[in-house]
Ligand binder design. Structure first.
Ligand SMILES: [Zn+2]
Ligand SMILES: [Zn+2]
Ligand SMILES: [Zn+2]
Ligand SMILES: [Zn+2]
Length: 439
């Protein structure tokens, strides 16, 4: 793996004109994990730390993503006949089909001979429903890395990659989409495996807006990715239209301090973050918040006591474990995790199903009248439901809300701000979004 000095050199080249002549950050070895970003001087709350362009972007191709989106300009395409006119079977608009940006990948995909092309001829019914295979779209970002400049490719090589078996599965599934995928070319396949590992370990999903259409892009932002994780980080990042990462200090960071970001959502409970980090990043976080089972007094994990007649709340006893025991703060009963996990899943599903199906006013009624019967108000699922209401009300342009509903929104917002304050989140992205109502 590259030394911090070599990594820093490649990052400087990548930043190019966005590199501050005297940056307030540097890359160095981190006590947390591998390498990290450190403050070279005191950084004040809200101060800009850096901006960087994506080194490479591509479609996320997740379940549920809109596949008829141009993989180059991200414009929403027609629901039919939206594939590249040069027949690489990628969704590409007419203008981008012949563009310099698309040429190399177009040629490569055609050489690999996508199978879906043939299937369309044999079976029109199937081709009608969706001629795009999400797995071949998913590999596109990795393929694009091979067409970068030498220094940019060296930067990708210098990044960390978890060695995870499922990445091989991702490549195999992609290979099955083509007749002539270079599966027997071992050096190529080794390089591809490494790139897929780097992407899965480091890529961000960055929202990108095209008119009324918003999609998530899968982007590699190398410097942003060097920052280590903390559950309440001291830096906040956001993505400017999918292609630019902007990182600011959420709190004061003293000279020499490590600049941290978060890989989870700030409002998730200890247990939810712990499971997510273990599953996706393969580590157990040891930050101050993860070591406190009251979660800075926010009780984001709390569930109602399962003991008959008790109205107390239960919280996990042990921290930093995937299967803690739960204890009631009132009657001190202890229940095993298996029982509480079922209850948490019930609350999560009940609330999330509503979020996806209800109008805003029904959602407010549900949150205020029904939820308190089965879910403590501090539980993160309920907190996120309130955030969802604020978000939807801020975006609704045609709906008219009653005085009462507007009051609810203000109350939810005040509750969320108080929560962020307790977590010590500072000027985090979520706070800005809540106060500016630009979610
Ligand atoms: Zn396009
Ligand atoms: Zn093409
Ligand atoms: Zn943590
Ligand atoms: Zn109890």
């Amino acid at each position: 793996m590259a030394t911090p000095t070599e990594l820093a050199r490649l990052v400087d080249l990548h930043l190019a004109d966005l590199r501050d002549p005297e940056p307030n950050w540097t890359i160095g070895p981190s006590p947390m994990a591998g390498r990290g970003v450190f403050a070279t001087r005191d950084i004040q709350q809200g101060e800009l730390i850096f901006r960087e362009r994506a080194l490479v972007v591509g479609p996320t191709a997740r379940k549920g993503s809109i596949l008829n989106t141009c993989v180059c300009c991200h414009k929403l395409l027609a629901v039919k006949d939206f594939l590249c006119k040069n027949k690489c079977t990628l969704p590409v608009c007419d203008k981008c089909s012949d563009s310099e940006q698309h040429r190399n990948e177009c040629e490569l995909f055609r050489r690999w001979q996508p199978k879906d092309l043939q299937k369309g001829k044999d079976d029109d019914a199937e081709a009608d429903c969706c001629p795009v295979n999400a797995m071949s779209l998913r590999i596109l970002t990795a393929v694009r890395v091979f067409f970068l400049q030498p220094d940019q490719r060296a930067l990708v090589q210098a990044m960390q990659a978890n060695d995870d078996k499922c990445y091989r599965g991702e490549i195999i599934k992609a290979a099955q989409c083509f007749r002539k995928f270079p599966t027997t070319d071992k050096p190529y396949m080794d390089k591809l495996f490494r790139v897929v590992g780097v992407l899965n370990t480091n890529a961000f999903e960055a929202p990108c807006r095209m008119g009324d259409h918003e999609i998530l892009l899968r982007g590699l932002f190398p410097l942003t990715a060097v920052m280590n994780h903390e559950c309440t980080p001291n830096a906040s990042h956001y993505f400017d239209n999918g292609r630019m990462a902007v990182v600011r200090a959420a709190r004061f960071i003293p000279k020499g301090g490590e600049v941290t970001t978060t890989y989870t959502k700030i409002l998730w409970s200890n247990l939810t973050r712990c499971i997510f980090l273990k599953m996706t990043k393969n580590f157990i976080c040891d930050c101050a918040r993860c070591n406190d089972n009251t979660e800075n007094g926010t009780y984001l994990s709390a569930l109602f006591c399962r003991q008959q007649g008790c109205k107390g709340i239960m919280i996990p006893v042990q921290t930093k474990t995937l299967q803690p025991d739960w204890r009631c703060l009132t009657c001190e009963s202890v229940f095993p995790h298996s029982k509480m996990a079922r209850y948490q899943d019930f609350a999560l599903n009940t609330i999330n199903n509503r979020i996806n199906a209800c109008s805003i006013s029904d959602m407010i009624t549900f949150i205020n009248d029904m939820c308190p019967r089965f879910c403590p108000p501090s539980n993160y699922v309920l907190v996120e439901a309130k955030l969802n209401v604020i978000w939807r009300m801020s975006r609704a342009t045609t709906e008219v809300f009653t005085e009462e509903q507007l009051k609810c929104k203000d109350r939810y917002r005040a509750e969320l701000l108080e929560l962020l304050e307790k977590l010590g989140a500072g000027e985090c992205t979520l706070k800005k979004l809540i106060t500016e109502e630009r979610l």
